[in-house]
Ligand binder design. Structure first.
Ligand SMILES: *Cc1c(COP(=O)(O)O)cnc(C)c1O
Length: 428
């Protein structure tokens, strides 16, 4: 069996039919924006390997930090023990996050960070004497991960609710905020959709622990950009009902939307914030759930006292060292202008796609460029073309999109946008 035959016969891939996995590339190297395939062919990682590699692959400073950490101590348990990578990463996170978010819980992946946030919210409500508050509210079109509780707050139609109906907790779904990011805001509650939240809170706040949202950008649920003022108003309503606000910035964090965190567009400080993906610049898995002093204190003072969660590899030193080095890059490099330049170039170069038949919308926010089609896009077409175009794209649902590393050069970005546009041309 060749390596690719072994892979096809024995290894599961994400969201892929085990019997018909489709085209598969054997990757032997990753450096900067480039991926190298087995035969030496190179392609640009226009996905930043699922939103993670914001500084490019194998960033020298991150690799150096990881190598030094490997020599010293790749891992040690976090129960009763601590270490400087966790502390240094914590210091950097608190420096970058808005005032108030300063109690950090490390975990291994985004989905786990969501589980931790949801659990913290329920423990907080129990401590408040609200024992009935065990459910969550969210908006349609969301994606929060693949573990059970995270799945229960994913979009009920595009998510996995159909298949796992009956196995998922019942949650409360509100309409997707229907005022887009660049539309004019309206305070009309029927129009902006906030009346639905108000009604839900008035009727059922005594069952709801928190409202969970991806602020501004709904990623895997449809690449939709909505108005930041919606978050501001929703936050005010939740405060009035002691419903916690949870922001899932696993995809949007660390500059992707043009602001350091998407919450900066709305100037809202949530009660809980989930981080992951780009936290280590795409070098190794790590996530974090960050909360405020009042929430942490309430849980600490409660009857249970302890937060009932603790992953085996919590605060893995190697991952924390990568995280600290990656955040350091955000202070030493001018990521803001990198992202602004990417946005400007994508806006210009993706615009021609608007005129092709079958295109529903073209939109750009920060270093996220989306061509939304009217119909479903078959990802295997893009996969099959990748070596030819030299651009790695993985469309999903109706979206052909890219979110390149911030270090991408204008020439490289032009290759990405033209690969996207020619994919659309090929489909029309
Ligand atoms: C990717 C993602 C998750 C899940 O993170 P994993 O590391 O894949 O578990 C959760 N929320 C959002 C918004 C994401 O984009």
């Amino acid at each position: 069996m060749t390596p690719l035959e072994f892979d096809a016969r024995h290894l599961w891939h994400p969201y892929t039919n085990v019997l018909e996995p489709g085209p598969m590339h054997l990757i032997t190297g990753a450096d900067g924006v480039w991926l190298t395939a087995e035969d030496g062919t190179q392609m640009i990682d226009a996905m930043s390997s699922w939103w993670c590699a914001v500084h490019g692959h194998r960033h020298p400073a991150i690799i150096a930090a990881m190598q030094a950490q490997l020599d010293q101590m790749p891992h040690v348990m976090f129960g009763g023990l601590t270490h400087s990578p966790a502390i240094e990463l914590g210091r950097q996170l608190i420096r970058l996050l808005p005032n108030g978010l300063d109690r950090i819980f490390y975990s291994d992946s985004g989905s786990v960070a969501i589980e931790v946030a949801l659990k913290m919210a329920v423990q907080y409500q129990m401590a408040q004497g609200h024992k009935g508050r065990t459910q969550f509210a969210t908006i349609r079109g969301g994606y929060h991960g693949d573990t059970w509780k995270a799945m229960s707050v994913c979009d009920p139609v595009n998510g996995m609710h159909g298949m796992f109906a009956g196995a998922l907790s019942v949650q409360h779904f509100l309409p997707r905020p229907n005022i887009a990011f660049d539309q004019e805001w309206s305070e009309d509650g029927d129009l902006n959709g906030l009346n639905a939240l108000e009604q839900l809170l008035e009727a059922k706040a005594d069952q709801i622990a928190g409202l969970i949202l991806e602020p501004v950008v709904q990623g895997a649920g449809g690449m939709y950009f909505y108005h930041p003022t919606w978050l501001k108003r929703a936050h005010e309503m939740c405060k009035a009902h002691d419903v916690l606000v949870i922001f899932d910035e696993i995809a949007t964090g660390f500059g992707r939307t043009g602001r350091l965190f998407a919450l900066h567009h709305a100037d809202v400080v949530p009660d809980l914030l989930c981080l992951g993906k780009a936290l280590t610049g795409g070098h190794i898995t790590l996530a974090a759930t960050v909360t405020t002093e009042p929430v942490a204190r309430r849980i600490g003072e409660s009857e249970a006292g302890v937060m009932m969660h603790g992953p085996t590899y919590m605060a893995n030193p190697l991952a924390c060292a990568a995280g600290a080095a990656s955040l350091e890059q955000l202070s030493v490099r001018d990521w803001r202008s990198e992202v602004a330049d990417i946005a400007a170039q994508m806006t210009q170069e993706l615009a021609p796609a608007r005129d092709f038949p079958g295109v529903a919308d073209v939109r750009v926010l920060g270093a996220i460029g989306v061509i939304e089609m009217e119909g479903w896009v078959d990802p295997s077409v893009a996969h099959g073309l990748a070596l030819e175009t030299g651009v790695w794209l993985r469309p999903f649902a109706r979206n052909i999109y890219c979110m390149p590393p911030y270090i991408i050069s204008p020439d490289e970005l032009s290759r990405v946008t033209s690969a996207m546009v020619s994919l659309v041309r090929g489909m029309s």
